[in-house]
Write a protein that binds this ligand. Structure first.
Ligand SMILES: Cc1cc2nc3c(=O)[nH]c(=O)nc-3n(C[C@H](O)[C@H](O)[C@H](O)COP(=O)(O)OP(=O)(O)OC[C@H]3O[C@@H](n4cnc5c(N)ncnc54)[C@H](O)[C@@H]3O)c2cc1C
Length: 341
């Protein structure tokens, strides 16, 4: 019940996992982190192909909380992020209407994964990439947690575990902790089909008026953006198209080619231009993209189980929320550890 917490395993190296790694190490814990991806960043990822680049997950982030703003300021100073001074609005019936918000939109530079790389550098403790945590077991209520890979091999033994993976994935790891299952099972996360396409000659010359990004929210699409308009990107007419949650759910198991054709056709209809073939195109399926609801307030922590859950799904479904959720959980663990240690 009162096992001292010295060593913490963090599962996931997206913004939440990397932030937890930094915060927990700063609080004096030994931290060992795992992510199944080849690089850090999770949904703030960048896709590179030939000479083209796309932010195919998170498009930009805002920084309203002073704590996050301070971190973003440091990224901007280091050249790892910049304001995306974009013409963003909404598209309806082929017409683009300028938006009115004045909150700065930030992007990673040269890609959306750069802030995650900064966080990975800032943290200490082992960070094992390309390593999927397949199972977690604990012997007795006071025993250490043991994390295992797909082959049953022991990855790490730790006093506490922080899970920052999307709720459905966390659920599969939490069968030993019934209390954690309720909030995880209650969270619904929308998928998102994404199409990345490059046009040559560039489409932007034909858009009237010229613009860089638009919320759509009618038909198949939810968002379209000209990736090349972001700072530090190659000067190609690279576009990112995000389908809406409902559409993505309905066509989740469709072939990529079919999705590409469907979303390109919806794109041309939405922007009011005659269809044309891209010079390069690919589709990506985000099975867990954006939370639809939020049954948990900022984080979930069970001192009895020495298990914590955090991530964007606990705090508004955005990059800033992922950061704040991880900070809040890390603080709760620090407070708990100092009360039993
Ligand atoms: C299409 C799309 C568009 C978006 N647009 C925006 C936007 O414009 N602005 C904004 O602020 N936010 C946006 N978001 C949301 C934003 O990307 C997320 O809120 C944020 O990146 C979530 O961070 P996280 O650390 O909570 O989760 P994640 O980034 O999902 O990190 C979880 C990590 O866990 C790893 N993982 C999963 N299972 C395991 C396992 N078993 N073992 C080891 N590792 C595992 C994954 O590889 C991943 O790296 C968007 C997301 C998507 C998908």
């Amino acid at each position: 019940m009162n096992r001292t917490i010295g060593h913490i395993a963090v599962v996931g190296a997206g913004i939440a996992g990397l932030t937890a790694r930094v915060e927990l190490a700063a609080a004096g814990f030994r931290v060992t982190s795992f992510d199944k991806g080849r690089g850090p960043g999770g949904r703030t990822s960048r896709r590179r192909a030939e000479r083209y680049e796309f932010d195919h997950g998170a498009q930009y982030f805002t920084a309203r909380d002073p704590r996050f703003r301070a971190v973003v300021d440091r990224w901007v100073e280091a050249g790892s992020a910049a304001v995306w001074d974009a013409r963003i609005g909404s598209l309806r019936n082929g017409r683009w209407v300028a938006g009115s918000g004045s909150t700065p939109r930030y992007v990673g530079v040269p890609g959306m994964n750069q802030p995650a790389k900064e966080l990975a550098e800032a943290g200490s403790g082992e960070l094992h990439l390309g390593t999927r945590v397949h199972a977690m077991v604990r012997e007795g209520s006071d025993g250490p947690w043991r994390l295992h890979d797909e082959d049953g091999g022991l990855l790490v033994e730790a006093d506490a575990v922080v899970l920052t993976v999307p709720p459905e994935q966390a659920l599969t790891l939490c069968d030993a902790v019934p209390a954690a299952q309720q909030p995880l099972a209650a969270t619904e996360v929308d998928p998102c089909w994404t199409v990345m396409a490059v046009f040559d000659p560039p489409l932007d010359r034909e858009l009237d008026p010229g613009w860089d990004g638009a919320f759509v929210n009618e038909g198949a699409l939810a968002w379209v953006a000209r990736n090349g308009s972001k700072p530090g990107r190659p000067a190609t007419d690279a576009w990112v198209l995000h389908a809406g949650g409902e559409w993505s759910r309905r066509y989740l198991e469709q072939e990529r080619d079919w999705v590409q054709r469907a979303l390109l056709s919806a794109f041309f209809e939405t922007v009011g231009l005659p269809p044309r073939d891209p010079v390069w195109v690919a589709a990506h399926r985000w099975r867990y993209a954006r939370p639809r609801n939020q049954p948990v307030d900022r984080f979930w922590w069970s001192p009895e189980d020495r298990l914590g859950l955090c991530g964007d799904w606990c705090a508004g479904g955005r990059v800033e929320g992922a950061f704040l959720s991880a900070c809040a959980l890390s603080n709760a663990i620090r407070v708990h550890a100092s009360s039993v240690g």
